[in-house]
Design a protein around this ligand. Structure first.
Ligand code: NAD
Ligand code: PRE
Length: 366
């Protein structure tokens, strides 16, 4: 028999989940979103089978409910579930980036037919909305599960099965473990990225050319500052206590670095940078998460008409599929660098060979 899955919030994450869940033959997907254009697009593409505008009506028809809304909205829906009259079992999950308040609300749900297994796919983007959703967003990504007190292993397994088309890798953590780890590798870095952009903006007032100098490094480290501010305001406030504690640690650490510089402590500065490099180089590269699962090459190109087109053309002629391409630096009359990303190391090696044969300077990211 078909199971009915209600997905609330068809944005970047909910839309991407819907694109995978709808691949399963035994699933009927109901979509709900305040944005009618997103609903219409999802219906048209066959990503949802039906649109709904009424939570209490749709949720009683569902066997599974996926809350993919901003965290505070997800918590509101969990509160609404306290008063819903269920006639069959309902498994509820979410995708929230912070779990503490969500699990508190979920643990209050005592209806015997209701169970909750929290979820958080560790993949995303600075983009938002259904138009940014893509079916392969969670490929090889870690998908954290945070089960509520009343849930069973069988329910977590059922959720994993429903999400199997995502090709994500599931791991289970407690709420506090989850929130601490994501504060370190996601929420705090976001705060720093935004602060770096603010610093550049202030300097630009006296150095108007600064924005043109912002090359690969600045853009890499601040990409996430282009994310949806409303969503991140929510994340910061949900994980507020940990972020405040981490800011204290960070300020102490920056004091230490300032002392290295003031006292011209070259050895300590070198060790500080070396330790960071060793840890960064050791991060897993073949799974999504902190580092994208891409195999990159860097190609020197000249600022001539058609230079990028030539590189792409050579790779296309060999049937090599490019996953991402980025101009890291190119200024008038000066050599620039193209970063080209592939899904496999075979494509990375072949591209290196093809371009070298055509006398391009190519560096392979190990
Ligand atoms: N963006 C990321 O990288 C990322 C990664 C993992 C998890 N998350 C989590 O996913 C959740 C959604 O984030 P997103 O990036 O998909 O945001 P998004 O803005 O792309 O999507 C949110 C969707 O929810 C809809 N929505 C908002 N309020 C609603 C309501 N009351 N009823 C129905 N629909 C409503 C919006 O119209 C939108 O389509 C957040 O909880 C976030 O913490 C985000
Ligand atoms: O890649 C990005 O743009 C993201 O911000 C994704 C990211 C992250 O910090 O890695 C952001 C929030 C999520 O909860 C999970 C993933």
């Amino acid at each position: 028999m078909k199971q009915t899955v209600l997905i609330i919030g068809l944005g970047l994450i909910g839309g991407s989940i819907a694109m995978n869940v709808s691949k399963k033959e035994d699933v009927f997907v109901i979509g709900m979103d305040g944005d009618e254009a997103a609903l219409n697009m999802a219906l048209k593409q066959g990503v949802i089978d039906q649109a709904s505008f009424n939570f209490s009506k749709a949720v009683v028809e569902a066997d599974v409910c996926i809350l993919a809304t901003p965290i505070s909205v997800t918590i509101d829906f969990l509160h609404q579930l306290e008063n819903v009259e269920l006639t069959k079992p309902l498994l509820v999950t979410d995708v929230s980036s912070v779990k503490n308040q969500v699990l508190k609300a979920a643990d209050r749900l005592t209806h015997p037919l209701l169970s909750f297994v929290g979820g958080h796919p560790m993949a995303g983007s600075h983009k938002q909305g259904y138009t940014a959703a893509k079916p392969h967003l969670f490929e090889n990504a870690i998908y954290v599960l945070t089960p509520a007190l009343n849930s069973t292993k069988a329910e977590a397994d059922r959720l994993k099965d429903l999400l199997s088309e995502t090709n994500a890798r599931f791991l289970t953590f407690s709420t506090s473990e989850h929130d601490e780890m994501t504060a370190v590798i996601s929420h705090f870095p976001h705060l720093i990225a935004s602060s770096l952009v603010h610093q550049a903006k202030v300097w630009q007032e006296t150095h108007p050319y600064i924005e043109h100098l912002a090359a690969g490094g600045f853009k890499d480290i601040t990409r996430i500052a282009s994310s949806n501010p409303k969503l991140w305001q929510d994340i910061f406030f949900q994980n507020r206590d940990l972020l405040i504690a981490m800011l204290e640690d960070w300020i102490n650490e920056m004091d230490k670095v300032r002392t290295f510089l003031k006292e011209e402590a070259e050895e300590e500065t070198y060790e500080y940078l070396k330790e960071a490099k060793l840890y960064r180089d050791g991060l897993p590269v073949k799974e999504k998460g902190a580092i994208p699962a891409f195999y990159d090459i860097y190609v020197d190109i000249h600022d001539q008409p058609g230079a990028i087109h030539d590189v792409i053309g050579l790779l296309a002629a060999e049937g090599i599929s490019i996953k991402n391409i980025q101009i890291l630096e190119i200024r008038e009359g000066i050599t620039g660098v193209l970063r080209v990303s592939f899904a496999t190391s075979e494509e990375q090696k072949l591209s290196h060979k093809v371009l070298q044969e055509k006398k391009y300077e190519v560096m392979v990211q190990q």
